[in-house]
Design a binder for this molecule. Structure first.
Ligand code: SAM
Ligand code: SF4
Length: 361
């Protein structure tokens, strides 16, 4: 069981149900995590800067077709105040995430990034969707360090079915990840587990792809149905006979296997995982391969409106409450909070991603 694990072995593990075998998987992933990224848990302050979105993803509550959702876009000053909270709580990174919101213009966003970089020591991560190469280049020049863009599933047919193109612009997240890497960003990607129509084989393909992609960060969370979306109200893709369940257990398997496949990647225990097990989903994720968590710094008045899926964890807690809760959870499992930006240790900027043609194209 190691970084050269083949697809068949991944598949066998995804089907594994025996508790004693799974215990072995958790243990190996935990040992690999300790050996390659240590005991620190890096905290990235998450600011959800806008819930406007031009897209119609069949899985997400922010899709433009969801008319029942009240929309907001944070002011530059509000974002800066949230970033200063990240500094105050000792987080090394601020992550600015949003729907694909084209009222977030190139220059406005560059100004926000420049101010944070000039006035704080924070690493800046962006997660703003499939923006143009010009935008990505301008934001990198303004000082952005990292970009998160999940490929969601490597099954092209399934991806196209759940992620319609915007107008007639072709959509290829692998090509964008390549652009980001060429621009010098640290890149993060990842998948949802249990998307209706996702087979065991396709999830095994996703995990095998992580090895080829040399990702700095890999986010894996359960698909959680939202009733205002096609995948949540039964009008979209249906489950297959070989359907991967969107369970907590399946997410732990995917996280643990990812740690074995990509020993030095930064892997978050995702908010979606914390949502399906509010009691200790985060802790179990951290004990089965993960080493990052993203406490929410979005102002409370907006938090509920960033409703990707229902009953999201941590929508009532203030920044300070989130900070106290997480630091105590981290120390309860014998881990320490990482200091500084917490970038990937052995970053290999030369290694290429798979060719554009191999996925989604
Ligand atoms: N708009 C940007 C994008 O799509 O990359 C960033 C924001 S988007 C809300 C961030 C991530 O939320 C997506 O990459 C997707 O994996 C996740 N997400 C969306 N809907 C979800 C759902 N119903 N269940 C679980 N995760 C979901
Ligand atoms: Fe928009 Fe991202 Fe949600 Fe798709 S996943 S609807 S791009 S916010």
């Amino acid at each position: 069981m190691n970084a050269t694990m083949g697809k068949d072995e991944i598949l066998t593990w995804l089907h594994e149900e025996k508790p004693e075998r799974l215990k072995e998987l958790w243990q190996r992933a935990n040992e690999m995590r300790i050996a390659h990224v240590g005991n620190e848990v890096h905290l990235r302050g998450l600011v959800e800067i806008s819930n406007y979105c031009a897209r119609q993803c069949a899985y997400c509550g922010l899709r433009s077709g969801n008319a029942s959702l009240g929309r907001y876009r944070m002011e530059a000053d509000e974002i800066f105040v949230a970033a200063m909270q990240a500094v105050k709580y000792g987080y090394g990174t601020v992550v600015m995430q949003a729907g694909e919101d084209y009222a977030i213009t190139t220059d406005w966003m560059a100004g926000v990034i420049r101010r944070i970089k000039a006035e704080t020591p924070l690493a800046v991560t962006l997660s703003l969707g499939e923006r143009s190469e010009e935008d990505l280049a301008a934001w990198r020049a303004a000082g952005a360090d990292r970009y998160l863009l999940r490929f969601e599933t490597s099954d092209r047919e399934l991806f196209n079915a759940i992620h319609p193109p915007l107008g007639n612009r072709p959509c290829n997240r692998f090509a964008i990840l390549q652009q980001l890497k060429a621009l010098g960003y640290e890149i993060g990607s990842g998948v949802m587990v249990g998307i209706p129509g996702q087979t065991y084989q396709s999830l095994a393909n996703d995990l095998a792809l992580f090895r080829e992609m040399d990702l700095d960060m890999i986010g894996i969370g359960p698909f959680i149905p939202h009733p205002a979306t096609p995948l949540g109200n039964g009008t979209g893709r249906q489950a297959t006979t070989e359907q991967v369940p969107n369970t907590e257990l399946m997410v732990y398997k995917a996280v643990a296997l990812t740690r074995l496949i990509r020993p030095d990647a930064n892997i978050p225990a995702t908010t979606a995982l914390a949502t399906i097990n509010k009691k200790n989903g985060r802790e179990l994720g951290l004990q089965r391969g993960a080493n990052v968590f993203m406490p929410n710094l979005t102002p409370l008045k907006y938090r509920r409106l960033y409703e990707i899926y229902p009953a999201k964890a941590c929508i009532e807690e203030t920044g300070i409450a989130c900070n106290r809760c997480l630091t105590s959870r981290i120390s309860m499992i014998g881990r320490s909070v990482g200091r500084g930006p917490g970038g990937r240790r052995n970053r290999n900027i030369a290694q290429a991603l798979p060719s554009k043609e191999s996925c989604h194209a």
